[in-house]
Design a protein around this ligand. Sequence first.
Ligand SMILES: Nc1ncnc2c1ncn2[C@@H]1O[C@H](COP(=O)(O)OP(=O)(O)OP(=O)(O)O)[C@@H](O)[C@H]1O
Ligand SMILES: [Mg+2]
Length: 309
Amino acid sequence: MSKLDITIAGEINLDLILYGLPELMPTERELLASGFAITLGSSSAILAHNLAALGSRVGFVTKVGDDAFGALALQRLRERGVDLAGIAHGAKSGVTVILPHGPDRHILTYPGTISELRFEQLDLDYLASARHFHMSSLFLQRQLLPRVPELFRRMKSAGLTTSLDTNDDPEDRWDSILEEILPHVDILLPNHREAMKISRADNVETALSRLAQKVNTVVVKMGDRGAVALRDGRRFSAPAIPVTVIDAVGAGDSFDAGFLHQFLQGGDLTTCLACGNLCGAFSVTDCGGTEAFRDPARLQEFLRLAREH
Ligand SMILES: Nc1ncnc2c1ncn2[C@@H]1O[C@H](COP(=O)(O)OP(=O)(O)OP(=O)(O)O)[C@@H](O)[C@H]1O
Ligand SMILES: [Mg+2]
């Protein structure tokens, strides 16, 4: 096998998305949705899938449920050629049910195997066999979390570059363990809410400068306002690409895929941000975080058209 570009350790599950629900959702009533999608969900798996769709060589380490949901989730990754040599198996898949209604959405998750991955199950040699190591959804990794600082430290000492997208903390605690992880992180990829929570700042600019004192490159995702970054005291920004939105599920993970794909190709920060915004925008044009990326021809056409404008 040729050397992997990136290894990712994290969670895998399907997303069940019901579209067109009424804005008010009373209990004890039969509420009809106008559309339904089952997609590969979970930040880590979405990133693995979309990075592979872009052409990066991806190794994904996870704990997958031994049931039909787990099998379908793995099939989606195999279709894109993600290397699954290091996965572990558990009893019951987690699942996320997403209910967009009105301007907001309910996001309901049963964790299942999502939070069961343990440090002892990780093949550290496999993880270190790539050029770059990444983790997403840090706070869902309840078993692994206490040893994540050690994991990042080991990857750095094996010569890999590293990145982290914390995503949200369901308990809103933003545990101090982050302080032990950040010294081993090269690229931090939060959204604007998360950046402020992590740094205890009340605005994005303060968050950027505080975080940039701890990691080499801070990239903050700003939804339909694009993204900003800070490295070596230089601030960069890149606008979002205007598109027709189906849903924003996985936009952040798709941004990460575009950004890291360019980073792994040796792209400069401006190029990485632009590719992140392109992939975030492409993701919102179809259901969930991975459906758009399942058609390689459509992905290449979107990237080609965007380059021409
Ligand atoms: N409505 C939109 N139109 C165009 N691009 C978008 C839109 N929403 C998101 N994006 C793109 O996706 C990127 C990531 O979106 P966002 O800031 O919502 O990340 P996030 O909150 O981490 O998402 P996630 O819920 O997947 O974790 C943005 O920086 C932007 O490039
Ligand atoms: Mg996110």
